[in-house]
Design a protein around this ligand. Sequence first.
Ligand code: RB5
Length: 147
Amino acid sequence: MRVAFGADHAGWELKNALADAARAAGHEVVDLGAHDGGSVDYPDFGAAVGRAVTTGEADRGVLVCGTGIGISIAANKVAGVRAAVAHDDFTARYSRLHNDANVLCLGSRVVGPGVAEAVLATFLATAFEGGRHARRVEKIAELEEQS
Ligand code: RB5
């Protein structure tokens, strides 16, 4: 799978660790920065990774900021992005099974690299269940068309 990664200054180190873990698991990584701890604005990276996913440059996206929240709000403004904040296995699994989440968001000030890598592995390995959930995901897309 081709996975785009992005982070702000709070998340860049965890982002690098997650990108390394993804490479080690055989995924192709597109690293859209940040590449150091200089102060940057998380919406820029949320947008870049969101667009990489919706244009097909990447199959999935992974974003890291301090909490995972700001960068998820930004990514979800890109039409077609379904970004989910997940810090545990259950929510990572169900973000894929029921919501077909295409971007995973993590907070570097919330979880350490071990938990984050386990969450990422679940997110990348879990397929969308479809069925009744497809109708609901389609309704999310309709909301984008209406706004
Ligand atoms: C940066 O200090 C912090 O606000 C940002 O990483 C993120 O947590 C915002 O939601």
